[in-house]
Write a protein that binds this ligand. Structure first.
Ligand code: URA
Length: 297
């Protein structure tokens, strides 16, 4: 872990009792006894939707002999469940929303592990989501090699007159390879490749079906071809930030696993049937649980 990149000034004050930490968007705090059982947390799994978090927690509980599921009380922003060593938390859509969830869960993990950097590093993180494919048909599951923004540059933040902070969007290769190995016999079409995260579902993803439109069929095709030539497999809205923040702290094991809903070379609208969408979600969950079972059980 990169202790110099961790806000120990604030976080250690929570540990030594000089102040409490309010995980406001999760409706809990460092003095809440509800968090006690979470000290054994070994993985944090995030997904955009609260419904998926519920399903994931139920699946993991079933795989663990019906382990008790702890539900966080506040659900107006994020839905959070804990069972059998895994914290499942939704993050909403897009990097502004997801960055709030990631920051608060990072603070929580630091607190739960008493600031022990080795114990913190043992926690595995993953986002399991949906995406648009670049030359990948609906139903493919992409395990990302790198999270970049729409210009193929890493995540960065504008800090006004103080300049631009750049981050590293690499996903650890060893974790990705272990996920692929754990799923060798799953029969699920799995690929790995770069993933871009955009700030906008329509405009930055070069869709022509938004209420606003900036592109033509030709510029859209040029963009998607350029992504393809640069080994981009899929497009979503959170991964560049997730990899950036986890690398900033120095985690050694994290991943992003995304189902492809449609091949963007073929169109813009998501026209899959509810049954297909359900199957895509089940498959990306299976990829996660095959790895989690190999790692944790
Ligand atoms: N999520 C995205 O961000 N884009 C898509 O095309 C599909 C899912």
């Amino acid at each position: 872990m990169k202790s110099e990149n961790i806000n120990t000034e604030f976080l250690d004050g929570v540990l030594n009792g000089s102040h409490e930490d309010f995980y406001y968007h999760f409706g809990t705090s460092s003095s809440d006894t509800m968090l006690e059982p979470l000290r054994d947390v070994r993985a944090v799994i995030m997904a955009g939707s609260g419904e998926r978090i519920n399903e994931f927690a139920q699946t993991w509980s079933d795989l663990n002999g019906g382990s008790a599921i702890i539900a966080f009380p506040k659900e107006d922003r994020f839905v959070t469940r804990y069972t059998a060593g895994v914290l499942f938390a939704s993050h909403g859509m897009g990097m502004p929303s997801a960055s709030i969830a990631v920051q608060e869960v990072l603070r929580m993990v630091y607190f739960l592990k008493g600031g022990d950097l080795d114990a913190i590093d043992e926690v595995f993180w993953a986002r399991v989501g949906t995406s648009g494919g670049v030359g990948q048909p609906g139903g493919t599951v992409v395990v990302s090699t790198e999270g970049l923004m729409a210009d193929l540059k890493p995540y960065r933040l504008m800090q006004g007159g103080r300049g631009t902070y750049w981050f590293d969007g690499t996903f650890p290769a060893a974790t990705r390879e272990a996920i692929l190995r754990a799923n060798e016999r799953s029969g699920i079409p799995l690929v790995s490749g770069r993933t871009i995260a955009t700030h906008e579902f329509f405009l930055e993803q070069f869709r022509l079906d938004g209420a606003l439109r900036l592109e033509t069929a030709e510029t859209k095709q040029d963009f998607l071809n350029w992504l393809r030539e640069n080994d981009v497999a899929n497009i979503e809205m959170e991964g560049a930030m997730l990899a950036a923040y986890l690398n900033w702290w120095g985690f050694s094991s994290f991943a992003m696993i995304c189902a492809v809903l449609l091949d963007r070379l073929e169109g813009d609208q998501v026209t899959s049937t509810p049954q297909q969408l359900h199957q895509y979600g089940v498959d990306s969950g299976t990829v996660l649980f095959n790895y989690l079972s190999a790692r944790l059980l």
